[in-house]
Design a binder for this molecule. Structure first.
Ligand code: SAM
Length: 252
């Protein structure tokens, strides 16, 4: 069976698996007023890139959870390599059933995961984020933005996107994301822009020259070429219809 897009891109060497890359992440982190004693949970930490950035920048502790044991093993190695074992830990866990008490975190960060949830599953995850956040806590999310108003065009775009990344996904419009998050008793401020995930300039910015060369070297191998070019072409052909959105939300 063909692997889903984010697993494929991670295998190519991509380390930022989110639509707006590091600039969108930094917008969220800059707003969150993170302190060395902030209690932070990262849901869908994957290989730990964002939590490592947070610990290095703000000196605080972060717990990461993800469903993907292979990605968590990479995270454990990167945490050790960066000598951050005293600040960072990861464990297998599901956003729908967070293994933490009510009101136990100041900040929950969740990048490029809600887009992957369809139907009521976004609400299941958001209910959990609201539960584990303290009153006044901050939810930082970063997702794919649907910039298309016509329902017919939206449907075609979503089918094409799900095919290109080999996963059933459901990005929302700017208003759609705001309404969805605010329906869980948050007040949301948004930033949005062009998707950088597979854009050549965005890739250079997010992965550096060496990282981009490594990704391209893997991508042109015979066994990877077709999937990479399908994803690359799809995102570039639909660059005006698909962007990123960063949602900074305060729990009311
Ligand atoms: C596109 S990747 C994003 C990874 C990382 N946050 C980043 O921005 O680079 C999506 C991640 O969500 C994780 N994931 C999907 N559903 C999940 C769930 N219900 N609970 C926890 N993690 C989940 C996947 O295993 C994967 O690591």
């Amino acid at each position: 069976m063909q692997e889903s897009g984010h697993i494929f891109l991670a295998r190519m060497g991509k380390t930022k698996l989110r639509p707006g890359g590091i600039d969108a992440t930094n917008w969220l982190l800059d707003k969150a007023n993170i302190k060395p004693d902030s209690k932070i949970l990262e849901v869908a930490c994957n290989m730990g890139m964002t939590m490592i950035q947070i610990a290095k920048t703000y000196g605080c502790h972060v717990i990461g959870i993800d469903l993907d044991e292979t990605a968590l093993d990479k995270a454990r190695k990167k945490i050790r390599k960066n000598h951050l074992e005293d600040k960072l830990s990861v464990r297998n866990g599901n956003a729908f059933d967070l293994p933490f008490a009510d009101a136990s975190f100041d900040i929950v960060i969740n990048e490029a995961m809600l887009t992957m949830l369809v139907g009521k599953d976004k609400d299941r995850a958001l209910t959990e984020y609201a539960r584990v956040l303290k009153p006044g806590g901050i939810l930082l999310t970063h997702d794919v933005l649907l910039q298309e108003d016509s329902p017919k065009a939206q449907q075609e775009l979503l089918s094409g996107l799900s095919r290109a990344i080999n996963a059933h996904v459901e990005p929302l419009t700017l208003e759609g994301w705001k309404e969805k998050i605010e329906s869980h008793a948050f007040r949301t401020e948004q930033n949005y822009g062009k998707m950088t995930l597979l854009d050549p300039i965005g890739m250079l910015h997010d992965e550096g020259l060496d990282g981009t060369l490594k990704i391209m070297t893997n991508a042109i191998k015979k066994e990877n070429r077709q999937m990479f070019s399908e994803m690359f072409d799809f995102f570039n052909e639909h660059a005006t219809q698909l962007g990123y959105v960063a949602n900074y939300s305060i729990k009311l």
